[in-house]
Design a protein around this ligand. Structure first.
Ligand code: BES
Ligand code: MN
Ligand code: ZN
Length: 486
């Protein structure tokens, strides 16, 4: 995709050379400067009852009179926020999808100032509209002809648009990488494959990448991670990827992503229904790779480290059993009461490993609990941190990235359930508040640095007819990391 901007007045929109013009109509405030033919078409469509000036409504016109572009789409939005704008652009792209339009120009039909966030939102909408999973389905129909998108803006907005496009493109590439990894079936996307992907990303984007195997992991004393991997014939991988954009002395941001390439539940086996979706249980790992990619393209002056513990969770004669006690890298012992609570078991050792980097802040990202989906549904990721400042930064990033998350409680009282008679802790609490007890478990390994945890069990993928990875929370994480540089 080729993204660019063009400086032009609303009055010059009729002359823009493109295959389709997509005009975002902001409420009823049609810009008086809008070119007469376009204003007339819009007024007429509204008068004839073909377009209601209500958010979500859109209209396609072929060979519009007085307009150079052969196609015109109006999309009505509720307000000029980037969120409403993204929805409008998505709607307009939907109308233009079946057409032959290769080059689309986007502009405001009403009053509206282009901020960087709007340009970023356009790129995100294009990314969503054009991504097609092909790897194991080469017959999948193409998303359409779209190859070029131009944002038409005023001179005063050009700088913001340029910045927004760059950020948007980097994030869209990161989102696409995360979706591509997560969509691949578990017999393709193995821990070994994730390691190779990280290496490949390192080569193409100048990252330092190390991939550790079982021997190295055992030497480090990661008894908890190892115990999850031991039930599978598929070898584990522990991936460390570094982006160095500042002096080595500068404390890095560390992202830790859950990389369970398939979660059967282990001996505490899951029911068969929808178990296929447990190939997405490496969504956290995918989002770490995606964010590394986005950051490596934007080159902010900071250091970023991605850590991915990756393995399968399988039942077998070698698998870890309920009641087994393992020793984590931190030295704390864990009674594994449910082998399906495996995410926390691989993350805890990665969180201990992160200490060696003396991080400025650590964020772990995991498809950790079904309970988080019960609590928040499919819209907000769960945000857990005892640190109000980190919480504020994460929430701000989530808002500006249009990638919502919601802060959950972490009071000491929730730690109660983790008590064990046979180890320093059990790996599960009671059934209630399960997303919170999972976070409380992780917290026991994060005492040495500022930390937040994102439970993306409800947001990393979609089920049903639109089944597929979303690439979330790459936008949130990228905004969060970028903000650490300022
Ligand atoms: N990967 C799952 C969490 C999950 C389940 C994500 C369903 C999305 C949809 C995780 O490893 C898991 O199995 N968690 C258990 C924890 C329980 C045993 C305490 C869960 O949520 O049921
Ligand atoms: Mn599980
Ligand atoms: Zn899992």
């Amino acid at each position: 995709m080729d993204f660019r901007h063009l400086v032009a007045t609303p009055d010059a929109l009729t002359a823009v050379a493109c295959d389709a013009l997509l005009l975002v109509v902001t409420g009823d405030a049609v810009d008086s400067a809008l070119a007469a033919p376009l204003a007339a078409l819009l007024r007429d469509a509204v008068a004839q009852g073909d377009l209601a000036l209500k958010s979500g409504k859109a209209l396609y016109l072929h060979r519009p009179a007085g307009v150079k572009a052969a196609r015109l789409a109006f999309a009505v939005v509720a307000n000029t926020s980037a969120k409403a704008f993204k929805a409008g652009v998505a709607q307009g792209l939907g109308l233009l999808k079946g057409t032959g339009a290769k080059h689309i120009a986007v502009a405001f039909a009403g009053k509206g100032e282009w901020l960087a966030d709007h340009a970023e939102a356009v790129v995100a909408a294009v990314g969503d509209a054009t991504y097609v999973y092909r790897h194991t389905k080469p017959s999948a129909p193409a998303a359409g002809a779209l190859a070029k998108l131009t944002i038409v803006c005023g001179k005063a907005d050009a700088k913001a648009v340029t910045q927004g496009l760059a950020r948007g493109e980097a994030i869209a590439a990161g989102v696409a990488l995360a979706r591509e990894c997560a969509n691949r079936p578990a017999n393709h996307c193995t821990p070994t494959y994730l390691g190779e992907q990280a290496k490949k990303l390192g080569k193409s984007h100048g990252l330092k990448v190390e991939v550790l195997d079982r021997k190295a992991v055992e030497k480090l004393g990661m008894g908890s991670f190892r115990s999850v991997a031991q039930g599978s014939a598929e070898p584990l991988r522990f991936i460390v990827a570094r982006y160095e954009g500042a002096a080595k002395t500068q404390a890095p941001v560390v992202l830790v992503g859950k990389g369970i390439t398939f979660d059967t539940g282990g001996i505490s086996i899951k029911p068969a229904a929808e178990m296929d979706e447990m190939k997405f249980d490496m969504g956290g790992a995918a989002s770490v790779l995606g964010t590394l990619r986005a950051i490596a393209e934007l080159k902010p002056k900071l250091n970023l480290i991605g850590i991915i513990p990756s393995c399968e969770n399988m039942p077998s004669s070698r698998a870890v059993k309920p009641g087994d006690v393992v020793t984590s890298m931190s030295g704390q012992t864990i009674e594994i009461l449910n082998t399906d609570a495996e995410g926390r078991l691989i993350l805890c050792d990665a969180l201990t490993y992160a200490e060696r980097f003396k991080p400025a802040v650590v964020v772990d990202i995991a498809t950790l609990t079904g309970a988080c989906v019960v609590a928040l549904g499919y819209h907000h990721s769960g945000l857990f941190t005892a640190d109000d400042e980190v919480a504020g930064q994460m929430l701000a990033a989530s808002r500006s990235a249009l990638d919502p998350c919601w802060r959950m409680p972490m009071d000491e009282e929730y730690d109660e359930g983790l008590k064990s008679n046979f180890a320093d802790m059990g790996n599960i609490g009671g059934r209630m508040g399960g997303a919170i007890t999972a976070a409380m478990f992780l917290r026991r390994f994060t005492g040495k640095y500022r930390w937040a945890h994102l439970d993306i069990a409800g947001t990393a993928w979609k089920s049903g007819a639109a089944k597929g990875a979303t690439g979330r929370p790459v936008p949130l994480l990228t905004h969060f990391v970028l903000a650490q540089a300022k």
